[in-house]
Design a protein around this ligand. Structure first.
Ligand code: XMP
Length: 312
């Protein structure tokens, strides 16, 4: 049985012995990086710099989580607004793999530029991350599931959660006082909303998908107040097609939003979530009422396989 109290005590002691100087972490507001940051800051205090790179491709809730952490914890958080740089780099790019590559590389560059004084890099790696890669995350950083930072030449890597599984990290984060918005945060891809705007990514399109996501989150929160009842992952996607509709008595030619909600254990396979139609009705109505650019909403009924969870 995983003993939280002992784990925290021993890890802090170990970290105090290992880290001698400044350390840095890429904080996303997700459960792994936040839990790692809180643990390390308990050992070395302000010597840990937590960098949140705002790519412009994050959701409202990610920014809210960072604000919460700033207001409610001792973490030394710095927000780096690099959104303009990311949008510029993505201009004209349509291919999903190219989007991933551009975002991953730019993220590393921005991070590195801002982390120059640090000797240690803290990573929120958990057991499945390095078990899946076979030879360990140091030898082969995955590009798919994390914005892995292959900076191990420059920094000494410290991974305080590397022996834990996801459910243990969730328990640990609760034990450390983090709220459900963090320990219950659903998986969110490193490339962020860029792979949920199909085709070219522009600030305007990201804004549409962000507003649609916020509506979806509110309605899911209302329909399923307990973490355990919520779908494993749910989000909205902006399609690269327009569709005809009516607004008032005028013809409209607007965007299409797809709603994706899935049940899964680890993301490797997934079944589309089957909510009450009344919930879908509420979500669809709110999206078309509140986002004037959108005049059609569709629900994705594809399982994985053959579909992937994300559309890109
Ligand atoms: P797919 O779309 O492959 O997704 O069925 C499985 C899970 O992985 C997440 N995902 C990503 N996570 N970087 C990430 O960090 C990525 O490029 C990426 N692509 C997909 C996805 O959200 C789902 O939970």
């Amino acid at each position: 049985m995983f003993n939280l109290e002992n784990f925290v005590k021993n890890t802090i002691k170990e970290l105090k012995g290992t880290i001698r100087g400044k350390a840095v972490i890429a904080l996303s507001g997700g459960v792994d990086s936040t839990t790692a940051a809180v643990l390390v800051s308990k050992a070395i205090g302000k010597n840990l710099r937590c960098l949140f790179v705002n790519t412009g491709l994050v959701r409202d809730e990610d920014l809210e989580n960072i604000d919460w952490l700033k207001d409610n914890t001792e973490l030394n958080i710095e927000i780096i607004d690099a959104s303009e740089e990311f949008f510029k780099a993505l201009r004209g790019v349509i291919d999903p793999e190219e989007k991933r590559k551009i975002i991953g590389e730019l993220f590393i560059r921005v991070f590195e530029r801002n982390a120059e004084d640090a000797k240690y890099l803290i990573q929120g790696t958990i057991a499945p991350d390095w078990i899946e890669t076979g030879s360990g995350i140091r030898d082969k950083i995955k590009t798919h599931h994390n914005v892995g930072i292959p900076l191990d030449v420059k920094f000494q890597i410290v991974e305080p959660l590397r022996d834990l599984y996801k459910d243990e990290v969730r328990k640990l984060s609760q034990y450390l006082g983090l709220p459900e918005s963090i320990y219950g945060r659903q998986p969110f891809p490193g490339p962020g909303l860029a792979i949920r705007v199909l085709g070219e990514v522009t600030p305007k399109k990201v804004d549409i998908v962000r507003r649609a996501t916020a509506i979806l989150n509110q309605e899911i929160g209302r329909a399923y107040p307990n973490f355990e009842e919520k779908p494993w992952q749910y989000f909205t996607v902006l399609l690269p097609v327009r569709s005809v509709g009516v607004r008032g008595d005028k013809r409209a030619y607007g965007y299409v939003i797809a709603i994706r909600m899935v049940q899964s254990v680890d993301g490797m396979t997934a079944a589309f979530f089957k909510p009450d139609f009344r919930l879908l009705d509420k979500i669809g109505t709110r999206i078309t009422n509140e986002i004037s650019e959108v005049n059609r909403v569709v629900y994705d009924i594809t399982n994985k396989p053959p579909g992937t969870i994300e559309w890109e």
